[in-house]
Design a protein around this ligand. Sequence first.
Ligand code: FNR
Length: 344
Amino acid sequence: MKPMNNRKNEHVSLAEKFAKDVRKSDFDSFRFVHHSFPEMSVADASLSTSFATLDMEFPFYINAITGGSTWTKKVNEKLALIARETGIAMATGSISAALKNPTVKDSFTIVRETNPTGKIFANLGTGQTLENAKKAIDLIQADALQIHVNSPQEIVMPEGDRDFSNWLTELEKIALNVSVPVIVKEVGFGMSRETIKQLSSIGVKTIDISGQGGTNFAQIENYRRESEKLDYLEGWGQSTVISLLEAQPFIDQVELLASGGIRNPLDIVKSLSLGARAVGISGLFLHMALREGVEATVLEVNAWKNQIASIMTLLGKKSISELTNTDIILLGEVKDWCDLRRID
Ligand code: FNR
């Protein structure tokens, strides 16, 4: 089932190997204050949202995972079926593999073939040319382009990039010149308010802070190293909750998306209440698709929609935007971080 002869296959296999069912998470240091009178019915809760100029029926989606090999084509087909049957959006993994080697294009185009009318995002790393960004968008008729920033992953990756001198300039060129909205995302290391300010200043409007707490690319790339292990970097980065708190000063200037370590619908609602327009899930949906199959995952995703509506009702909030006005308590290290960084 898991051919380990190619980096894309290794990433999927290792994400699976390290996936843990129950994780301690900064989401547990975030509590909603319970109030006894919701004054609404579950049927009043609307899950619709919008970002990157796209209207979405549901506030969660399958975030970037894979493509680039025969095996990952099958994985992408499963994910695309799940997206189609549930009506949630989906991002492909980095299309750079297909730009380098056209024989693996079909591992990405399968996503559009399987889900012709769904919302699909293309994905590329920073440092790509504008021409390649346009090719990636055209390949799958993408509704938006995700560009990932991943310097810790590159540093730990044995064959990774070592020169990050021009990332912001290159990002700016792409963000301002492609035909679809651009989403800049981390890959599970989170973002600081300084990063968000830099992105906003070059005209990036939609940002997925993709924080620590789930898939850990420092751990995955470290496992792939034969020598000079960098275990001490496996804790690098900010959690999803802390990254969203860091982003608060920019909440009216950029559209925030959240991802990283989402375990359940409550984590989604917590992210939405911190201002995320929608929430991406990679590791867990990959795990469900591979372990439980398409049909069971479709049932689970549909159940999550109802559970999100139920939690919104407990909070007395009828829309995703109303969720940003809830009573919350931050505990432990999350509170310490906010105190030290002077986040109110
Ligand atoms: C990823 N992720 C990712 N992100 C990206 O922008 N481009 C990519 O090609 C990939 N590839 C990839 C492969 C695999 C196997 C996984 C599990 C993840 C990162 C992903 O989109 C997300 O930012 C992080 O995984 C954090 O979310 P989770 O996995 O904790 O829900």
